[in-house]
Design a protein. Sequence first.
Length: 202
Amino acid sequence: MPPGGRHAFFFVQGSEQALPAHLPPAGGIEIVPHGIAHDLQLLPDDGGLDQQLRRVLDDLSTVPGIWGYFANPLIQRSDKKALLKQLFEGELSANVYHFLLLLADKRRMALYPAIVEDFEKLSNEARGIVIADVTTAHGMSEAQREKIGNKLEAVTGKTVKLRLHEDPKIIGGVIVRIGDKRIDGSVTGKLSALADELMAYK
């Protein structure tokens, strides 16, 4: 049994066929992205595992229709792997690169966004980090980001990573979401709350 347990991934050159229990061949068995994300934590962090996984997700997400392409069973696995090789060969650590090829080989590459999301959640939980999605009408300055980050860390008692979004529809102010908690300090949110109050007087 290899180090790390029976579910551990081991990727070396030419080992794309290595298969953990959570990643059965395609054919009627639905896999759970959370299980794969858990197995990913057993990989050695050779060169920033989380950053590389996120980079691949961000790069692929810029390609229109890419996840439908990977989900399409009529497209040959060899073609999907060839695309990944074209995009990422020599750009990633051996572990991450062969992990992508394994997902494509097992027709599971369409699940990659969910796998990365779960991996980041598990990794952050292990390090006592929470993700705060912060939405503003326009971009924030470094000083504004630092101020919001410090306030959120004081409130949560944890290290906070900001994930920034822009939405002109909120007009002004800020909306913060941490997990299932939402703080709406936007102008739109305040106007909506005021409208609800006014409606209550009818």
